[in-house]
Design a protein around this ligand. Structure first.
Ligand code: NAP
Length: 326
């Protein structure tokens, strides 16, 4: 205990396949880069090919720098990186990503649900869902449900890592308000709806583990820290929030994307965590999630509501894995 959070710098098998959503920048970039530098095959799932290619080029340059520094246990080969297009604000795009991944015939050992939008103004996706609900939570829900069968046959230690936030503790669950239809642009509390999307992720962790607790797949969640990334993009128009982030940076509270990625990387690869589930990590250490997140009745309401939102994208066979426990 104590000391700076860190992850084990141990070489990973080149057969290990890891998906990082939003792996092109910020926390996701560092997460994808370090897991690839340790030797795994990493799929950067993001919405812009240009941004992914830019990230890949930068990762390769960073890798050369790390080799020059003599960082131990890096892969001796090239970085094994792949781009796959994924726009979580579109369930069609998300389904296309899933189908392309399945068609590749690859196994899947780690799925890191990292992509996210912070404090977005009131907006709806083409599927009619509140933007942060879908991008941060529901889109990942679809990926998880549809790729779970692949993970269930991918070997003994498969992990789903949900990049949530401490902000999940600052809100409450209200089924009737999930889509924010009661609000308009002026009275929509964008911070609260961001917190809610992060709460849903922690609630989802418990729901999933309850249904697959005898399996090789574990689900954990985490808070990365306050991270100086591109996260402020979606609330640059909101002075009060940009100001808070600037202050956090000035007084040294905001950490680098690398430091912000440490908890994700640790949750994804640390051998100490084999078989651990239902953990909400903060600084690589198990921490308490909110009592709201642990409320089983609410979790189940969210689960069934989410499945309802995904009607048309889920087939009966997709849900068969849960049928014994639902
Ligand atoms: N930064 C913090 O202080 C902080 C604190 C707690 C939790 N978190 C969580 O950490 C995660 C990563 O955040 P970050 O700080 O690294 O933010 P970031 O630098 O803004 O990166 C966010 C990533 O999400 C992707 N993304 C956004 N909308 C998407 C969509 N519709 N489809 C697919 N990908 C999409 C972005 O892609 P584009 O580049 O194409 O936009 C980008 O790759 C988020 O889930 C966030 O909630 C962050």
């Amino acid at each position: 205990m104590g000391g700076s959070p860190s992850f084990p710098r141990e070489t990973l098998s080149s057969d290990k396949i890891v998906i990082v959503t939003g792996g092109n920048t910020g926390i996701g970039y560092e997460t994808a880069k370090w897991i690839a530098m340790l030797g795994a095959h990493v799929i950067i799932a993001c919405r812009s090919k240009d941004r992914a290619m830019h990230a890949t080029t930068k990762m390769k340059a960073d890798f050369e720098d790390e080799k020059k520094k003599g960082t131990p246990n890096l892969t001796t080969g090239e970085l094994s990186l792949e781009f796959m297009e994924l726009d979580l604000s579109s369930l069609n795009s998300t389904e296309k990503f899933i189908e392309e991944f399945k068609a590749s015939g690859k196994l899947l050992h780690v799925l890191i649900c990292n992509a996210g939008l912070g404090m977005h103004p009131l907006a709806y996706t083409e599927d009619g869902n509140e933007m942060m609900f879908q991008v941060n939570y529901l889109g990942h829900f679809l990926i998880i449900v549809k790729l779970l069968p692949v993970m269930l046959r991918s070997g003994s230690d498969c992990r789903i890592v949900l990049v949530s936030s401490i902000a999940h503790k600052w809100t409450s669950f209200d089924l009737d308000k999930i889509q924010a239809k009661q609000y308009n642009e002026a009275n929509f509390d964008r911070a609260d709806y961001y917190y809610k999307s992060k709460l849903y992720q922690v609630m989802q962790m418990y729901c999933l583990n309850r249904r697959i607790d005898q399996s090789n797949v574990t689900v954990n969640s985490l808070h990365p820290g306050v991270v100086d990334s591109e996260f402020t993009r979606s609330f640059r128009d909101d002075c009060s929030w940009t100001w808070r982030y600037k202050c956090a940076k000035c007084i040294g509270l905001a950490i680098t994307p690398y430091k912000g990625a440490i908890t994700s990387i640790d949750a994804a690869i640390n051998r100490k965590h084999v078989g651990l589930r239902d953990i909400y990590f903060d600084k690589c250490t198990p921490a308490n999630s909110s009592s709201e997140a642990r409320n089983v009745e609410n979790q189940e309401q969210l689960w069934w509501y989410s499945l309802n939102c995904l009607q048309g994208h889920l087939k009966e066979e997709d849900l068969q894995i849960f049928s014994t426990k639902s």
